[in-house]
Structure formats: structure tokens, C-alpha cells
Design a protein around this ligand. Structure first.
Ligand SMILES: C[S@@+](CC[C@H](N)C(=O)[O-])C[C@H]1O[C@@H](n2cnc3c(N)ncnc32)[C@H](O)[C@@H]1O
Length: 456
């Protein structure tokens, strides 16, 4: 069941109101429900039309999940909708065009796709670049069957407004369509998911102005850029970003640091399963930046075989026991590192002494280079992150969860977009000197700070 997050009926009603706003259906109109699931939008369209005495458009619904479809067929037997078990991202040339397209497309990041799917999509969709997500392809595919003058209304994560990956989609929309409205709705609109959803309405007409409604209730009419560049600052109100605070991430954290550099990860990083029993006192779980993304967290099943003790000490060579036995077989390779050759560090040590006492605490982790800054928790505090990972440790451990949520918020994301350096592919570099400057609202890193305020 790829990407099935059902839309609550009241939310489907709000989306359908936007679909028909100013252009009510007339006899013979057609409507498409991509990824129809159990059919909440089918029901919402029926409710809308019946309460207003309007004709219900002829519908086609599509899903790849037979169970959801059979539930939809039972529930909506009289709705006049053809419910097809079919891949919406396949060839739709037999379907004709639709005046209306509405839905909640699947949110499936590239990691959830097979290699074959990725290759196919990249060949067929202009928007399948970088770390694309299925919902982006659903928009492009829908636009290809939207009739002239027709309207599409989708609920999706709002991140297509600013990620580098969605640049081709912003270009496609900005140059060829009229994005009539973008409405940021409540973070908790889908039970149990924090998705930062946006309802976007696109008309197949000449480009024009966009009515934006933000989560704080403010509204504005804006002109979105058509060159693919980020819409974040336009949507958030000029260049005024909504993050503010008296303190920065650097002020509220004891560490915003890059993971450890060994100079020979191919030696020191091993599958946990393959590590001999006698080395069990010399290992720590580890993750690379790429693995954080693939595994959606720090559990990678890999470990560092690590000569450093929990207090950060590198024991002398005659005291490295089982580690020394293991490392001596790799001595030539380890001596062939600049930290040994030039810096004269011990042959079994790492580029720098890792601050193990700091690292071995509950922390927040992120990739060093990404088009979609995402932060994960290592609550166990056991993970020793690799050099492609940054780790963030709050001064007050009680702030861990609030800071983690804040770092993943669109506000923080927009700040990173505006302030981080760009790598060659347009991705963002999350350097610690930049991250340290992120403003942190008072309510986010609260307890210690509130205490100092009351002491004053
Ligand atoms: C986020 S759910 C939304 C379901 C429903 N529209 C709703 O709002 O409750 C996305 C739906 O897309 C379907 N889906 C995923 N990939 C698909 C594909 N390639 N073609 C058609 N449907 C697909 C899933 O089975 C799922 O039902």
C-alpha cells in the first residue's frame, strides 16, 4: 500500500470547495481522482454537488491497491465513478481530458522506489530529478490530462515550494499554469503525521497571481517566480522569514559539530554482524549522512571499530588488546593516512580525537549536504556519527524533542534555504558555523532559559 494516508472527510470537503470555487460543475464535466484510495474525494464531490443542486461530474478514479479499491467500489457504488485498478503514472493516453482533478497523491520519497521505477520515472517525467517524491510526479501526470481551463486541487507536503528537487515542477507550474492558491493548513491535519500540508489549486490558464494563506492565518496575493527558484520567501512574505528568537542554535547547544573523520572509514566501519566477538568492547553504532536518509534514522547496522575509550582517551599501543590484534592486520593501510604520515598521529588513531563524552549523549543528526534538510534523533546516545553527518546536542537535554521538531519545521527549513551555502548541484551545505546562527524561538529551548529570566 504505497503512500496510503487517507484524507479525513472534513478535510476532503475543504479541498473540494477550493476545486469548485468560482467554477461550479456543469452537465457533462469530467473529474479525475488519482490515487483514489477508499474514495474520500468521491464522497466529498457528491456532498458538494448534492447540497447545492449541481450536477455531479462523471468520474474516473485510479489506484494500484485492490483492497482500497474494493472498499471504494462498495462505498461509492452509486457515485457514477469508474474505479480502475491501474498505475496512474503509466500511459494515460486512452483517458481523455478532465475539467477537474482532485486528490491527495502518495508521498513516497525516492528511497521507497525500486531502481527500475526510478529509471523509468526519470525517463518519462520532466520533474523526476534529484530526490524526487511520487507526489511531484502525480502533479506532472495530472497536468498532462487537465483540459484547457480546467482545475487541479491537491493536498501535498508544502516542501515542493522550496526544495531544489522540485525546481522543475515550480518551473512547469510557473511558466505554463496559473497557481491560483496555496493554503498552508494545520500541521496535524492527518492524524499521527506531521506533514506541513498545503492545498494547492492550479488552473490550466495563463499564469497569474497567487493567493497565499499561511498557517498563522495571514493572507496575501503574490507573484510566484517562474524560473524554478524557491518560492519560500515569496510565500512567507517578502524576505521576512518567520523565524525569530533572542537566541541562536549555537547559544542553546553545547555542540553543533561535524561527525568524526578517521581517514579510513573502509577499515574502521564494518557490518555489525561481521564483527568478531572479541571486538565487542571496541565498537559503536555509526551512520553516514546517506544512510540517515535511506534508513530514516541512525540505525544502519554498521559499527565503528573504534580505538577510543568512552572518555575520549586513545590508549597507548600496549593497552589496545583485541583492537590492536585486529588493527595490526591493517597496519599498512592505516599508516598510509595523512594524519599518520604528516601529522605523526598514532597509526591506529583517527584524524582527530573524537570528543567521545560529548558524542555519547542523546542528540540530533542531519546530513551535511542535502536538498531537504531533515533532522533525526539518536535518543540512545550510542551512535558515533561519520564525517558526512552533523550532530547537535542541546545544553539542556529536556530541549531535545522541541529542538528536533523545530529543526524539522518549514520555518527552520526556509531559514536554511536562505542562509546555507549551495553545493554544485544546488543542494544545501549544512555547515555548523551557519547552523549555529539559526534563530531559536524562546518556547523551543525553554526550561533553562526561562529559569535565567526568572532569576533576573
Ligand atoms: C495519500 S493516499 C490518498 C488516498 C485517498 N485519495 C485519500 O485521500 O484518502 C495515496 C493513494 O495513492 C495510491 N497510489 C500510490 N501509487 C499509485 C500509483 N502509481 N497509481 C495509482 N495509485 C497509486 C495509494 O494506494 C493510495 O491509495
Amino acid at each position: 500500500m504505497k503512500g496510503h494516508v487517507p484524507t479525513p472527510p472534513a478535510l476532503a470537503d475543504r479541498i473540494v470547495e477550493k476545486l469548485f470555487d468560482g467554477r461550479p460543475p456543469s452537465e457533462g464535466d469530467r473529474i479525475l481522482f488519482p490515487g483514489v484510495g477508499t474514495g474520500p474525494f468521491v464522497a466529498a464531490v457528491q456532498r458538494y454537488c448534492e447540497t447545492r443542486g449541481l450536477p455531479v461530474p462523471d468520474g474516473v478514479g485510479m489506484d494500484t491497491d485492490p483492497e482500497l479499491l474494493s472498499e471504494a467500489r462498495e462505498t461509492h457504488a452509486d457515485a457514477g465513478v469508474d474505479l480502475l485498478e491501474r498505475d496512474f503514472l503509466g500511459d494515460l493516453s486512452d483517458l481523455g481530458e478532465f475539467r477537474y482533478i482532485v486528490g491527495n497523491p502518495p508521498y513516497v520519497p525516492i528511497e521507497g522506489l525500486s531502481e527500475e521505477e526510478k529509471t523509468q520515472y526519470k525517463e518519462r517525467f520532466e520533474t523526476a530529478t534529484g530526490r524526487f517524491d511520487l507526489f511531484i510526479l502525480f502533479i506532472e501526470q495530472s497536468l498532462s490530462v487537465l483540459a484547457d481551463g480546467g482545475r487541479l486541487t491537491f493536498i501535498t507536503p508544502e516542501k515542493f515550494e522550496y526544495t531544489e528537487t522540485a525546481a522543475p515542477l515550480r518551473r512547469l507550474l510557473g511558466q505554463n499554469y496559473h497557481v491560483g492558491g496555496i493554503h498552508h493548513i494545520e500541521e496535524n491535519a492527518f492524524d499521527g503525521f506531521t506533514t506541513y500540508p498545503a492545498i494547492t489549486t492550479v488552473d490550466a490558464t495563463e499564469p497569474g497571481e497567487t493567493r497565499v494563506r499561511r498557517r498563522d492565518g495571514s493572507e496575501e496575493t503574490v507573484t510566484l517566480r517562474a524560473d524554478g527558484s524557491s518560492w519560500a520567501s515569496t510565500i512567507r512574505g517578502g524576505d521576512t522569514l518567520t523565524v525569530s528568537g533572542n537566541r541562536t542554535l549555537g547559544d542553546v547547544c553545547q555542540r553543533v559539530s561535524c561527525g568524526v573523520a578517521t581517514g579510513a572509514d573502509s577499515v574502521f566501519v564494518q557490518d555489525a554482524d561481521g564483527v568478531p566477538e572479541q571486538l565487542s568492547d571496541w565498537t559503536y553504532p555509526t551512520t553516514s549522512g546517506k544512510q540517515l536518509r535511506i534508513n530514516d534514522g541512525p540505525d544502519s547496522d554498521e559499527v565503528f571499530i573504534c580505538p577510543y575509550r568512552e572518555d575520549g582517551r586513545l590508549p597507548p599501543e600496549d593497552d589496545i588488546g583485541a583492537f590492536g590484534d585486529w588493527a595490526s592486520f591493517r597496519r599498512d593501510r592505516l599508516e598510509d593516512r595523512s594524519c599518520v604520515e604528516k601529522d605523526k598521529r598514532p597509526w591506529y588513531g583517527w584524524h582527530e580525537n573524537p570528543p567521545m563524552e560529548d558524542i555519547l549523549q542523546s542528540k540530533i543528526l542531519c546530513q551535511d549536504v542535502t536538498d531537504d534538510p531533515t533532522f533525526w534523533l539518536d535518543e540512545t546516545g550510542e551512535v558515533v556519527p561519520r564525517h558526512s553527518v552533523y550532530y547537535i546536542i542541546p545544553d539542556d537535554p529536556d530541549d531535545l524533542h522541541a529542538l528536533h521538531a523545530y529543526l524539522n519545521s518549514p520555518d527552520a527549513h526556509a531559514w536554511f534555504e536562505a542562509n546555507c551555502q549551495r553545493a554544485a548541484n544546488g543542494y544545501l551545505r549544512l555547515q555548523s558555523r551557519v547552523m549555529r546562527k539559526l534563530p531559536v524561538p524562546d518556547h523551543v529551548a525553554g526550561k533553562a532559559y526561562q529559569a535565567t529570566l526568572t532569576d533576573q
